[in-house]
Design a protein around this ligand. Sequence first.
Ligand code: ATP
Ligand code: MG
Length: 212
Amino acid sequence: MITIALSKGRIFEETLPLLNAAGITTPEAPESSRKLILPTNRADVRLIIVRASDVPTYVQYGAADIGVAGKDVLNEHGGIGLYQPLDLNIARCRMMVAVRDDFDYESAVRQGARLRVATKYVQTARDHFAAKGVHVDLIKLYGSMELAPLVGLSDAIVDLVSSGNTLKANHLKAVEHIADISSRLVVNQAALKLKHDLIQPMLDAFALAIKK
Ligand code: ATP
Ligand code: MG
């Protein structure tokens, strides 16, 4: 049995064509089903639906053999115990630093000011500002980072940006690009060895189906 961990929403939707290319189809969609374990057309393959940020944990501990997780999530998790053979080139966006329209970020950095940074991506933010030699106080949030600079919780945020429309609608501007983000296939290292005959053909089919 191969267990594949996916999150609802864009990851599920964008992974589905890749699963189909590997000959795997699902009779039920997670959006309409309340089931957390979904069967597939193959008796030896099932899907589990977990929170996006929990995918690496399920795969790390072997509760799932394979998963799909954003590079943002993998950076925060650290990637311990995970083999990352493929960039699936889906759920593409950018990790950015953003501030209020009227905030002079360049001068604040130049003057060596201590910045308050609100983010869900604490590890990514810590690494980024440490590499730049900028002193920051990090404030952990779980969502809607855009609100933080508007109400004085922070000077800056570190968040994912795709179109930039949410930033614009909230009078924020992106001031630094930290990384390009896409989702990766992650595989439990022990499962790759023990279930190689089942997993390797799937990896090969995914690799062929990835859109460049
Ligand atoms: P949760 O809703 O459980 O807090 P989440 O917001 O991280 O989790 P999604 O919004 O489904 O869950 O995001 C899943 C992944 O998709 C993210 O980890 C990221 O890699 C990518 N992603 C997030 N926002 C965007 C976006 N606007 N455009 C493209 N990809 C995105
Ligand atoms: Mg989201």
